[in-house]
Design a binder for this molecule. Structure first.
Ligand SMILES: NC(=O)c1ccc[n+]([C@@H]2O[C@H](COP(=O)([O-])OP(=O)(O)OC[C@H]3O[C@@H](n4cnc5c(N)ncnc54)[C@H](O)[C@@H]3O)[C@@H](O)[C@H]2O)c1
Length: 464
């Protein structure tokens, strides 16, 4: 009897321990995922009718917007039809760009908070290009799609989960493209390295890193109505993650065979943000939320990891980190560009100075340059020259706009879809949730609602 009691006790303890372990293991904060309405389907690989001419309306012509207007004047098969900004002088400044390029003036919308609605309601526009502050992005995108337009929205295109789901649901219902204007995925190092990764040079990509580390001290006074500092003051978490997330997610084929499962985040205290406000306004600040430095770790379904950082407050050299660790190699962009490969991976006839390869260090500058030439992406082969001439962050902004127009003209899936937008923009809300709960894991929803494995491998589309 005693023996039986002991066996029962041990058995119960084992069950309790097992339950405790499994409960512990599965602890995760979950956010709601709205059900897809009946009849609504996903837009993975969405193609729309070819557009011979892409007629564009721009909303938001502050520091960033005019550059976009100018770039479009260099893209064949486009028309700048309408321009909108609350501030009339900003619209006029962009009309001047059109005049300088010998193009007709565009219809002007200005003077009120919702003048942009009339632009979206026009029937001679195919694409609404949104470059306002973050809080306006999603509502403008939704309204434009509801009025039959494709939309392109600056980064981050959405700041909350509600905004993300509104954009997804509207894109799925209207069957319109909704692209986030993430330019860094077209940068020369990033796109070349993606090409190398896609051709297997680094083996299986296991870990990627990215960031937005940029001291914005010189820029704070120029944001319209102080929107950006205000946002940082009132929000914790990584509020500007897409420059790091974009290249990282493309390397990992996110929603093209893998998906992000959960994240954990942590931040430092806020020091330089409140100090800046106190220094420039005399206001004593006690409610500043955004930490000077924010870190996020993400794990994927296929057991890969992503590390993202945000710091716009401290004096550091600009960095998007951009780093890749594969089973057979390594790439790094900041502070110095580096590739590290096994000696056997670089054939003697492919690169000069084969003897210099060292598996424990980066390849030489000559080998790196030869590799970058050999693996130059077809998009860069076609566009590098004009992109560098037109400019925009060294050319990547022009390539982004050109690819958007090219895909619309050729009826191809865009390089970035609404689910990329969602995945790269979920960090602001989900990292805040993690941080406010002692860095607890937060589940990342499957924004495709079941379609993340439909396409295998991220690829850019090209016309036949
Ligand atoms: N991808 C990049 O490299 C990059 C670089 C800089 C900025 N950005 C993004 O571009 C966007 C704009 O940034 P910015 O630096 O130009 O800011 P900004 O404050 O200089 O410009 C915002 C403009 O939007 C206008 N605006 C605000 N509300 C409006 C409304 N209701 N209707 C019409 N116009 C309205 C303002 O008048 C202002 O001219 C932001 O989302 C930012 O994150 C991206």
């Amino acid at each position: 009897m005693k023996r039986l009691n002991r066996i029962i006790t041990v058995f119960c303890a084992a069950i309790l321990l097992f339950t405790a372990c499994t409960t512990q293991k599965s602890y995760m904060i979950e956010v709601p995922v709205p059900e897809r309405e009946p009849g609504q389907t996903d837009v993975v690989g969405l193609v729309t009718e070819k557009l011979e001419t892409v007629r564009v309306g721009f909303i938001g012509l502050g520091m960033r917007g005019p550059g976009a207007v100018e770039r479009f004047t260099y893209i064949p098969g486009t028309e700048v039809v309408a321009l909108c900004d609350i501030v009339p002088e900003r619209v006029e400044a962009c009309q001047e760009i059109l005049r300088r390029r010998n193009l007709p003036e565009a219809a002007a919308y200005s003077g009120s908070e919702d003048a942009w609605k009339a632009l979206c309601e026009r029937d001679d526009i195919d694409l609404v290009y949104i470059v306002t502050d973050w809080k306006n992005h999603a509502q403008m995108g939704v309204y434009a799609m509801e009025h039959g337009k494709h939309v392109a929205i600056e980064v981050p295109a959405a700041m909350t989960m509600d905004e993300i789901w509104a954009l997804i649901n509207t894109a799925e219902k209207t069957r319109k493209h909704c692209m986030q204007l993430e330019n860094c995925v077209y940068d020369f190092f990033e796109l070349t390295t993606l090409n190398m990764a896609q051709q297997g040079l680094f083996g299986e990509v296991l870990h990627v890193e990215g960031s937005y580390i940029h001291n914005l001290e010189d820029f704070w006074p120029y944001y319209y109505n102080n929107w950006r500092m205000d946002y940082n003051r009132t929000h914790r978490g990584d509020v500007y993650p897409t420059h790091g997330m974009g290249p990282a997610c493309q390397l990992l084929d996110i929603h093209r065979g893998d998906r992000m499962k959960y994240l954990v985040a942590m931040d430092t205290k806020a020091v330089n943000g409140p100090a800046y406000i106190e220094r420039t306004t005399g206001e004593k600040v006690t409610d500043f939320k955004n930490g000077d430095h924010t870190l996020t770790l993400i794990r994927t379904e296929k057991e890969k990891t992503i590390h993202i950082q945000h710091n716009v407050m401290t004096p550091r050299p600009y960095s998007r980190m951009y780093q890749l660790t594969g089973t057979d190699g390594f790439a790094n962009k900041y502070p110095v560009q580096q590739y590290c490969l096994r000696p056997t991976q670089v054939a003697a006839d492919e690169v000069p100075d084969h003897e210099n390869l060292n598996a424990h260090g980066a390849v030489s500058k000559e080998v790196r340059e030869a590799l970058m030439l050999k693996y130059k992406h077809p998009i860069h082969q076609e566009l590098e020259e004009i992109a560098k001439k037109v400019g925009g962050h060294g050319g990547m902004d022009f390539i982004m706009d050109y690819r958007l127009v090219y895909c619309l003209q050729n009826g191809l899936p865009l390089d970035m879809d609404v689910y990329d937008l969602a995945e790269w923009c979920c960090l602001p809300e989900l990292t805040a949730l993690s941080i406010e709960n002692n860095s607890a894991p937060v589940a990342i929803p499957d924004f495709t609602r079941g379609a993340w494995n439909k396409i295998q491998g991220y690829r850019h589309a090209f016309a036949e």
